[in-house]
Design a binder for this molecule. Structure first.
Ligand SMILES: Cc1cc2nc3c(=O)[nH]c(=O)nc-3n(C[C@H](O)[C@H](O)[C@H](O)COP(=O)(O)OP(=O)(O)OC[C@H]3O[C@@H](n4cnc5c(N)ncnc54)[C@H](O)[C@@H]3O)c2cc1C
Length: 566
């Protein structure tokens, strides 16, 4: 446990404030790298209700599943690309191909939090402290001190770093003096989880489509989202008029609960029935009778919630020894980036960096790249969020006409609506971490983006996916066509392997060497350097093996001896 007041601070420990999805996953990700954490939360450790943020990218889902050690099994519903229906006509689905967005999963935040919490409780490197509210945060050059108030009075803890995962209001962010500018109340949503068995063949295990209804007959001039979750649960989200019933914000940075009409159970029941009737009657092509099914499908209402959406971005994700993650750092419209998806990506980026710095294997400037990489990724999402808002809540005639033209274009070309598809948004733009000082620039695309999850053979001959090798150290991937026919681990001693292995053994960071039969666009003998968070850091063409050490040192924020001397 990190040092208490007056004691010698534990130089190898981290305090995490907030046990929402960001904080729970942060403590687990750090533990995976061998780092001890103290997890402090104002709540009593009871999981919260409701699906809330429920869309995860395939890579984020794999990361979450790894952290929970199998506890998420059965909790995820694979999603096909988002489908859109305007009024009573379906926009054709996106054509499969290079354009097709990567897989996404519907995972209820409630189930995710419960699985993360169970994993935290089982982890001996994590100490949890419930019912303690942050009072103050102080720091000097080497340590950070958290003062919190709990049932037994005021307590102080000291550690090397503090990660603020304490949500949108973030007392830690305020204590650190970091501003959180942006646009408040850009949208207003009513959400419900309903359990309903809609017609589906029992053997059909293909991904299910989430549906966005634009101007549907049952809610004119608004959008309604229907997202399938596991176990016959559907998450329904209605866009509500912004002007109605909005509480005056005493605190402009808050997600403000909305009171008034939307909470009326009869109105909610009408809204649920209208969506379910349509979903039931549509058929798999999205077409179907306008008036809905003849009878209302039977359903259970599991949860309802309301929230207002803000678009905000912290000025800095790092203030000395304090780092911000999750909602404490950014609020983005959920149609563009799910809050939990972004939070888990923050944590994955941060954990390996903090672990290396704490172990004195990398300089502190590695932690500073967390700010650069994650803030620019969030800033990009915010920009897309503004664009999506023009579509979701068109204001004025020009934006309304723009939305009609977008939908007509999508209908005639059969393309997906990029502006509403979180993964497709990035398909033709530069890699997420482009420009990061940790990358070795090259003339190939993809450096700074998530590496493809290709098949690999490990040093012991085991067949695996690249994703199985992540979240430890660096991974070096050698493209070796035909490797599939080699038996077991014989490749380890073939050709350049012994030299490569010797080089990697000298690095200050654990580095696994694996081979792959192929990687898109890479010639035989290309070396790819992949960071612990799955991002491609370097692409060395055949014959450039000598550059591997410099690329690996650069990926952890160090300079090669010759660079340092220059
Ligand atoms: C009704 C509702 C519906 C939502 N729907 C969506 C959606 O569809 N899509 C989407 O992307 N997002 C949605 N969200 C938002 C989503 O839930 C958040 O993005 C997500 O919870 C952020 O996770 P986090 O861990 O960063 O913060 P939080 O989940 O807010 O966790 C913060 C933690 O910090 C703790 N804490 C706060 N203050 C203190 C303090 N002073 N001292 C100690 N601990 C403290 C809290 O107890 C909490 O455990 C919804 C939210 C609500 C309320």
């Amino acid at each position: 446990m990190p040092g208490t007041a007056g004691s010698h601070p534990h130089r190898d420990s981290v305090i995490v404030v907030g046990a929402g999805p960001a904080g729970l996953s942060c403590a687990l990700a750090l533990a995976r790298h061998g780092v001890r954490t103290l997890l402090v939360d104002a709540g009593d450790g009871t999981p919260r209700e409701g699906s809330r943020s429920c869309g995860l990218d395939a890579t984020t889902y794999a990361f979450a599943a790894g952290l929970t050690g199998g506890r998420l099994d059965g909790a995820a519903q694979p999603w096909a690309p988002l489908r859109i229906r305007r009024r009573a006509a379906a926009v054709p689905p996106a054509q499969a191909g290079a354009d097709a967005p990567a897989e996404r999963y519907g995972v209820s935040q409630q189930l995710l939090e419960a699985a993360l919490l169970a994993a935290v409780r089982a982890n001996s490197l994590i100490t949890t402290v419930w019912r303690h509210k942050v009072d103050a945060v102080d720091q000097d050059e080497d340590t950070v001190t958290l003062t919190a108030r709990g049932p037994g009075g005021t307590v102080r803890w000291r550690a090397a770093w503090l990660v603020a995962c304490d949500g949108h209001r973030s007392p830690v962010r305020r204590a650190a003096g970091v501003r959180f500018p942006g646009r408040p109340r850009v949208d207003r949503l009513l959400c419900a989880d309903v359990k309903v068995a809609l017609p589906r063949e029992p053997w059909d295990e293909s991904p299910m489509e989430p549906w966005l209804f634009v101007d549907p007959p049952f809610q004119r001039d608004a959008t309604v989202l229907a997202q399938p979750l596991a176990s016959d649960v559907w998450r329904l989200t209605w866009q509500l008029p912004l002007a109605h019933g909005v509480a005056k914000a005493a605190d402009a940075t808050a997600l403000i609960p909305v009171h008034g009409d939307p909470g009326d159970p009869r109105r909610t029941a009408e809204r649920v029935r209208a969506v379910l009737r349509t979903l039931e009657s549509m058929g798999s092509d999205g077409e179907g009778p306008d008036g809905g099914a003849a009878e209302d499908p039977a359903y259970d209402l599991l949860w309802t919630g309301e929230f207002e959406v803000h678009q905000r971005l912290a000025r800095r994700f790092r203030a000395g020894r304090v780092l911000l993650a999750g909602d404490a750092a950014h609020l983005v419209h959920p149609n563009v980036a799910d809050g939990v998806d972004l939070a888990l990506q923050d944590v994955r980026n941060l954990a390996w960096k903090l672990a290396l710095v704490l172990a004195r294997r990398a300089p502190e400037r590695l932690v500073e790249t967390y700010h650069g990489e994650r803030r620019s990724a969030a800033r990009r999402r915010l920009a897309y969020g503004e664009d999506a808002l023009h579509f979701l809540s068109p204001r004025g005639t020009a934006q309304k006409v723009g939305r009609r033209l977008t939908l007509m274009g999508a209908r005639s070309k059969g393309t997906t609506l990029r502006r509403l598809d979180p993964r497709a948004l990035f398909a033709d733009s530069s890699p997420e971490y482009a420009g990061s000082p940790l990358l070795t620039p090259g003339r190939v695309p993809g450096i700074g983006a998530v590496a493809d999850d290709v098949a690999v053979v490990r040093a012991d001959g085991a067949r695996a996916k690249l994703s199985d090798c992540l979240d430890r150290g660096l991974v070096v991937l050698l493209v070796a066509p035909g490797i599939e026919v080699w038996e077991g681990a014989r490749w380890r001693d073939a050709g350049v392997m012994p030299v490569l292995r010797a080089r990697l053994a000298e690095l200050p960071v654990a580095t696994e060497l694996v081979v792959t039969p192929g990687y898109p666009g890479a010639a035989a003998h290309t070396l790819l350097l992949v960071r612990p968070d799955g991002y491609l850091a370097a692409w060395l063409p055949p014959g450039a093996d000598d550059d591997l050490t410099a690329a690996a040192l650069r990926a952890i924020g160090r300079r090669a001896p010759e660079e340092a001397a220059a």
